[in-house]
Design a protein. Structure first.
Lengths: 806, 55
């Protein structure tokens, strides 16, 4: 593998090569492209994965889908020993399903598993490592189950092998996805038993239905006896969950839908036994078993729908699993649960402090966004107590643990209301609260029906049962979660990740859109014209080393993708101004002329639009041309026609004319983060619903305040806790389609609510007038749930936004 | 008419056999993944015999 570019500048910003597509992942080869004898690659990561696959004679991987590979561009800065935690047996246990001394059976969750080619490659793992036996991938759950010989390889090696092929296993705090949850097998068995019973009971009941007249008493008694025999396992085994749930809700005094269902089942069963024992009829045991059977099938369907949504979610847990603990001169990875007060831990920039701890190093900076929502990192001194959830900025820090770790507290921090304090959309609250009132109403109606038909006991109990069963709010309560869940999943596939389903509802009422400029309207991949002036190549390398400390688009473009050597300390990142620090004992600053001027010994010219750099007083400058994102001009024009569009940029107004036509006078330049926040809030108090789109660097406040904060992520692993949604930079052209899709989601929910209300009104009328037999209700009930699920999933899947361009 | 009783007995045994087969299939994990096998059959590559033992 050779790198095509060699000069400092080329490495820094690369030369766009619009024609070449990555041989591995099919992405366009732009900055940082690599060329080998095999073809072009978008990054060295893709090139090495391709090389690995070719070495093992598995290029058939590309045969069925030429773009099957997982792009490695965002993977490059990853820590090489991130899987060291798997050497810890306590952590390893989370991934091991079984172990028989020779073989270990482990399951990894692999979010990038997406197509048949992935499946094929992951099941050839044994070709890469002789210690690996069988590997089985699960496309829906995105897991790989690997069997390996413990004497030939280790769990860590298996994880590293997966990562080397581009399938980074997740090491979340939660147990890996595992195989099928035992509860699902249980559900299948319950359905099986109920199905067996209902099928056989139908055989015994048909003669009675078909005959029209009473059967020979001997046979009738035989059939009745067999029906009771078959109905018992259905009552005690298949329907057990309904009774358990109903009992739980009675005990906790929270009315759930299981209560009327359980009462209905008991009424049906007891009444049938009464009829049979008094020889007054043959009962409804077949309807009883059929009802349980259909209810369970509805439950299975519902679980499958929720599962496919859950596994489509790619934005996952962000909490640390282990940290480095310094014991004497050694560093070891330790699980955060095992930390005890007094332990000295080393936390690197970007990592979260897992427990309240005291700073040992002289000074540092922490970002308290997770804890307080405060967006600017705050300085801390030796001896200061740093709260769990704070994120270290700048340099790695040594800390001493003060209090034991509380995992739940960390999770709480992430779910901090600071980030979700927006009023929930009425549609989501209505269906949640609805269940309770609906249940009470159904019970009241059933009693009413029973009393109305009294003293005809048979009719009265049939009416009451029918009411209880038909009045199922399932359809009503399913509409919002299923529709929003499908929306979440479909948008996720298109590269737009919503933090939760309700964000889609917020998106649906957006009428004002505020854009950040750099990194949003323009690409983060800039081309630089460098004027070295007083700087030599070594200085320039230091400038790039410093730039790598910042996640500002200009710095990112400057730093490029190739790592630079150098020790950095005393970094000061002045948001919107520049960054300074000490690199290998030289004082380096990069930023606006005014920011660099204080450290410069040479004159800084007034040339507009240039970014300045100084190394120990020597000065150089560069101009970054940030080309607009392909297709973004059209997107902005489209959105500006239908929405109130704003441009809020922290840069100078050099590029104003370029955006004049779309934004008109709704452009603000040289905006500080506070200015952006102010504009967003001003529009909100004018009654507008604002969508803020930015990279979260100097607009975190605006993203948090907006009705929907959409963070644009290119190849940084940096996460904006305040945002509601994340979009891949190249997917921004989907924006109009995404907004239309969100409006469709709202329309579908309303439609589903109307359908299920209509269904309930008709069903209850028929039931109360005694025109519904229990069997008919047993069939109608799941049909209503299935109608709603079918409507919402079907309508949301048709013509969903899809990303086809590249 | 006693033949009906015999038929019911035979029917119950046959149906019970199918129920038992279903229970075995679920317990041995054949319903764990219902989507991947459909794709897997389309991929042709000899798979080395791997350890068959189940945990």
């Amino acid at each position: 593998v050779t790198t095509a570019s060699s000069s400092v500048l080329d490495q820094a910003v690369g030369l766009p090569d619009a024609l070449a597509l990555c041989r591995h992942c099919g992405d366009a080869c732009a900055a940082g492209a690599v060329r080998t004898d095999a073809g072009s690659f978008c990054c060295s990561g893709c090139a090495s994965v391709f090389e690995l696959i070719r070495e093992h004679g598995l290029t058939q991987f590309y045969a069925c889908d030429p773009d099957a590979g997982v792009s490695q561009r965002s993977a490059l800065p990853r820590d090489a020993d991130r899987f060291a935690v798997l050497d810890d047996p306590a952590i390893a246990r989370r991934f091991v399903d079984a172990d028989d001394g020779t073989f270990s059976y482990v399951t990894f969750s692999v979010p990038s598993l997406h197509c048949a080619s992935c499946l094929w490659l992951l099941e050839q793992l044994w070709r890469f490592d002789e210690g690996i036996g069988r590997s089985e991938a699960d496309l829906m759950r995105r897991t790989v189950r690997v069997t390996f010989r413990r004497d030939r390889t280790t769990l860590r090696a298996v994880a590293e092998r997966l990562a080397s092929l581009g399938y980074e296993p997740t090491l979340d705090g939660e147990r890996a996805a595992g195989h099928m949850p035992p509860a699902r097998r249980d559900l299948y068995l319950k359905i099986g038993v109920a199905g067996f019973a209902v099928g056989n009971m139908m055989l015994f009941s048909i003669p009675r239905y078909a005959n029209g007249a009473p059967l020979d008493p001997t046979f009738q008694r035989l059939f009745d006896g067999l029906n009771v025999l078959l109905a018992f396992p259905v009552l005690v085994y298949s329907a057990a969950d309904f009774f358990r749930a109903a009992w739980r809700s009675v005990r906790t005094r929270v009315m759930t839908l299981d209560v009327p269902v359980a009462i209905g089942l008991v009424v049906l069963f007891v009444r049938s036994l009464w009829d049979i024992s008094t020889r007054s009829g043959e009962g409804f045991l077949d309807s009883f078993a059929g009802l349980v059977f259909f209810l369970l099938i509805g439950r299975l369907f519902q679980q499958m729908a929720f599962d496919s949504i859950a596994f489509d979610r790619t934005v996952r847990s962000f909490l640390p699993l282990s940290v480095r603990v310094a014991t004497g001169s050694r560093m070891a990875m330790r699980r955060i649960e095992d930390l005890t007060p007094g332990d000295v831990i080393v936390v690197r920039p970007g990592e979260v402090v897992p427990a309240d701890a005291c700073l040992l190093d002289t000074q540092g900076r922490v970002d308290l966004a997770f804890v307080t929502g405060e967006q600017h990192p705050v300085p801390v001194q030796a001896g200061d107590v740093i709260t769990a959830g704070a994120r270290i900025v700048g340099e790695a820090q040594r800390l001493q643990i003060m209090r034991p770790v509380s995992q739940s507290r960390l999770t709480d921090l992430w779910n901090n209301p600071v980030f979700t304090q927006k009023p929930a959309h009425w549609l989501t609250t209505v269906s949640a609260r609805f269940g309770r009132w609906f249940t009470l109403g159904a019970l009241a109606l059933a009693v009413l029906g029973f009393v109305a038909w009294w003293p005809d006991f048979g009719m009265a109990s049939q009416v009451a049962t029918a009411v209880l069963i038909i009045a199922c709010p399932c359809a009503l309560t399913l509409a919002a979660p299923i529709t929003l869940g499908t929306t979440l999943g479909m948008l996720g596939q298109a590269g737009v990740y919503l933090k939760q389903g309700a964000v889609a509802l917020d998106l649906s009422r957006v009428d004002t859109i505020a854009f950040d400029k750099t990194g949003t309207l323009t690409t983060a991949e800039a081309t630089a014209t460098v004027d070295l002036e007083g700087l030599d190549d070594r200085d320039w390398a230091r400038v790039r080393r410093l730039a790598a400390e910042s996640i500002h688009p200009v710095c990112r473009a400057l730093a490029g993708r190739v790592a630079v050597e150098g020790r950095v300390h005393d970094v000061l990142d002045a948001v919107g101004e520049g960054i300074r620090g000490v690199v290998d004992d030289a004082t380096v600053a990069v930023g606006k002329a005014s920011f660099v001027a204080g450290l410069a010994r040479a004159a800084i010219g007034p040339a507009g639009g240039r970014t300045w750099a100084s190394v120990d007083g020597r000065v150089g400058s560069f101009a970054l041309a940030t080309p607009e994102r392909r297709g973004m001009a059209d997107v902005v024009d489209t959105l500006a026609a239908s929405h109130e569009a704003w441009l809020l940029s922290g840069d100078n107004d050099d590029e104003a004319p370029r955006w004049q036509t779309a934004f008109g006078d709704r452009m603000r330049f040289r905006q500080t983060p506070a200015d952006k926040l102010g504009t967003v809030q001003a529009r909100q108090s004018a009654g507008r619903h604002v969508l803020m789109i930015g990279d979260g660097l100097n607009d975190a406040g605006a993203l948090a305040a907006a009705d929907v904060g959409l963070a644009v992520s290119d190849d940084t692993a940096c996460l904006v806790p305040a945002c509601d949604a994340v979009i891949g930079g190249d997917r921004l052209t989907l924006l109009p389609a995404v907004l239309r899709y969100a409006r469709r989601a709202r329309a579908v929910i309303v439609l589903c609510l109307v359908v299920s209300v209509a269904y309930n009104v008709i069903g209850l009328t028929l039931a109360l007038t005694g025109r519904l037999t229990p069997l008919a209700t047993a069939i109608l009930m799941p049909v209503s749930s299935l109608t709603v699920i079918g409507l919402s999933v079907g309508l949301m899947r048709v013509r969903a936004p899809r990303w086809s361009g590249r | 008419m006693t033949v009906i009783v015999l038929l019911i007995a035979v029917g119950a045994v046959v149906a019970g056999g199918f129920l038992a087969a279903f229970v075995w299939a679920v317990r041995s994990g054949q319903f764990d993944d219902t989507s991947t096998p459909a794709v897997r059959v389309l991929l042709d590559q000899p798979r080395r015999s791997a350890p068959q033992s189940k945990p």
